[in-house]
Design a protein around this ligand. Structure first.
Ligand code: PA5
Length: 428
C-alpha cells in the first residue's frame, strides 16, 4: 500500500539501515508495550480499530450537511490540520468557486489572529447558512477561544440564541476546560477527545472525522486504509517495515549531519497534508536541543524559489517525496498546427506524465547535488490511501522520536510564547 524507496547519494549505505534494526525494534516495542516516555498518550495506536462511533459522527455530519452552506472549523495545530489535510487532498482545487455545491464548504478560523481574516469571514457568513465546529482538547487555547466568541455572537445574531445552540458542535475533553463548561451549560452537541490522544495524533477521532464527513468524504474508507496500514506496521518487526525504514533513514541522516528534512509533493492538493506532516514531526521531535527541522515544499512551484538553494546551498538537508502514481482527472495538451510556442513535442505526454518527468529530473539533479532522497509512493489520492498515509506517518513519527530519545507526545516548548502573550495582554 505504501512503498518506501531510497536514493542515498553516497551519504548513507544499506548497511547503516541494517545496523538500525535493533534501534527500531526497541522503539517499536516501546510503542507496542506502552513503556516509553509519554506512554499515556498512545491512544492513537489503536484508533483504526475503534469504529463504533462512526455512525454517530455520520449522523451529526448529515444534519450539518442538510442545514448549511458553510461549516466553520475553529481550532489550531492538531485541532484542525488533520481535517484540512484530508479535505483539501480530496476536494477539487476550485471547490469554493463552484456555483452549485453538493456539500457545505469547510472554512477555518482560530488558527490565526488576523483581524482582516476574521472580518472577511464574518462578511461571507452574513449571507450564508452556517454552523460552527469548535475543537480544542484543552478547551483553553487562546486563538480558537477568541474566534469562537466572535463567531458565536455572529451565529446568535443571525439565528437567535436558542437556534444558534443547535448549530454548534464542540469537540473537547470529556470534563476539563472552559469549552467543556460552555458546552455543558448551553447544551451543545459534543464529542469527547480521549485523555490518551494528543492534538497532532487526533485526525482519526471526531476531530478529523466530523469535518471530513461534513465535506462529503467517506470516513469508513479513511479508517479502513488506516486499519490496513496498522496491520502491516505493527506486525512486521523487520527492516522491511516501511515505517522502520523511514524512521531509520531520517535518524541515520540526522546523525550524519543533515538537519533539515524537506517534504516534497508535486500536487497542490497535498499542501495541507504536508503541513500536517510538518506539525506532526516538528512538535513531536524538536525538543531537548534535538530534531530534524521539517520543511514542506510544493514542486514544481518551489523549484523556482527554493530549487537553487537545494541544489547548491548548504548541504544540510535531505528530501522526502510523497509521490502519487495515478491522477484522478485528465486534461489534454492541445495540438497547435502553427506550433509557435514550440510545444508540439510534448503531445505524446499527458500533463501528469510531464509532472512525473519533472519529479524524476529534479530527483536526479538533487541527488547528484548531494541531497539524499527518499520516496514514499501511493497509488492515488482517495480516502483509503489517505487513511494509510496518516497512520503511516503517525507510527513512523513515534518510532523516529523514540529512536532519537525524545518523548514524541508532549510539547513543553509551546508554553513559552503563551506565557509571554498572557503577560503582555495583562491576563497574568
Ligand atoms: O498537537 C498538539 O497537541 C497541539 O498542536 C494542539 O493540537 C494545539 O496546540 C491546540 O491545542 P488544543 O486542542 O488544546 O486547543
Amino acid at each position: 500500500m505504501i512503498k518506501v524507496d531510497f536514493d542515498f547519494a553516497g551519504v548513507c549505505l544499506n548497511q547503516d539501515l541494517q545496523t538500525c534494526e535493533k534501534e527500531m525494534l526497541l522503539a517499536h516495542e516501546l510503542i507496542m508495550n506502552a513503556n516509553g516516555e509519554g506512554n499515556d498518550f498512545l491512544g492513537w495506536r489503536d484508533l483504526p480499530l475503534q469504529i463504533e462511533n462512526l455512525l454517530e459522527i455520520k449522523n451529526v455530519a448529515k444534519k450539518i450537511r442538510e442545514d448549511n452552506e458553510i461549516l466553520v472549523v475553529i481550532g489550531i495545530g492538531g485541532s484542525y490540520l488533520g481535517a484540512r489535510a484530508v479535505i483539501e487532498a480530496l476536494s477539487g482545487a476550485f471547490e469554493s468557486l463552484k456555483p452549485k455545491k453538493e456539500s457545505p464548504l469547510v472554512l477555518y478560523a482560530g488558527e490565526n489572529l488576523s483581524e482582516d481574516y476574521m472580518a472577511d469571514l464574518l462578511g461571507i457568513l452574513q449571507t450564508r447558512d452556517f454552523s460552527l465546529c469548535v475543537i480544542s482538547k484543552s478547551g483553553t487555547t487562546t486563538e480558537p477561544a477568541i474566534a469562537f466568541r466572535i463567531l458565536k455572537k455572529a451565529l446568535e445574531e443571525k439565528y437567535g440564541k436558542d437556534k444558534a445552540k443547535n448549530r454548534i458542535v464542540a469537540i473537547t475533553d470529556k470534563s476539563k476546560g472552559v469549552l467543556r463548561g460552555l458546552a455543558n451549560e448551553n447544551g451543545y452537541k459534543t464529542f469527547d477527545i480521549k485523555d490518551d490522544i494528543g492534538g497532532r495524533f487526533s485526525v482519526l477521532t471526531p476531530v478529523g472525522l466530523l469535518p471530513v464527513a461534513v465535506a462529503g468524504y467517506d470516513i469508513e474508507a479513511l479508517m479502513q486504509g488506516a486499519r490496513e496500514m496498522r496491520e502491516v506496521l505493527i506486525n512486521d518487526k523487520s527492516m522491511s517495515n516501511p515505517a522502520w525504514q523511514y524512521a531509520a533513514f531520517r535518524n541515520i541522516l540526522y546523525n550524519k549531519g543533515k538537519k533539515i528534512e524537506v517534504f516534497l509533493t508535486y500536487l497542490p492538493a497535498l499542501q495541507y497534508l504536508s503541513r500536517w506532516w510538518q506539525q506532526l514531526f516538528g512538535e513531536s521531535e524538536g525538543k531537548n536541543g534535538k530534531g530534524l527541522f521539517p520543511v514542506c515544499l510544493l514542486n514544481t512551484t518551489d523549484l523556482h524559489s527554493m530549487g537553487q538553494y537545494i541544489q547548491e546551498g548548504e548541504r544540510i538537508m535531505f528530501e522526502t517525496v510523497l509521490q502519487v502514481k495515478n491522477n484522478n482527472k485528465k486534461v489534454d495538451i492541445p495540438y497547435d498546427q502553427e506550433n509557435k510556442d514550440g510545444l508540439n513535442y510534448l503531445l505524446s505526454h499527458s500533463l501528469n506524465q510531464i509532472n512525473k518527468i519533472a519529479l524524476k529530473a529534479t530527483q536526479q539533479a538533487h541527488i547528484e547535488g548531494g541531497v539524499p532522497q527518499m520516496r514514499i509512493e501511493v497509488e492515488k489520492i482517495e480516502e483509503k490511501t489517505l487513511g494509510a498515509v496518516l497512520y503511516f506517518f503517525e507510527f513512523a513519527c513515534a518510532l523516529s522520536a523514540y529512536a532519537l530519545k525524545v518523548n514524541p507526545f508532549n510539547q513543553p516548548g509551546v508554553e513559552a510564547y503563551k506565557n509571554n502573550m498572557f503577560k503582555l495582554l495583562g491576563k497574568i
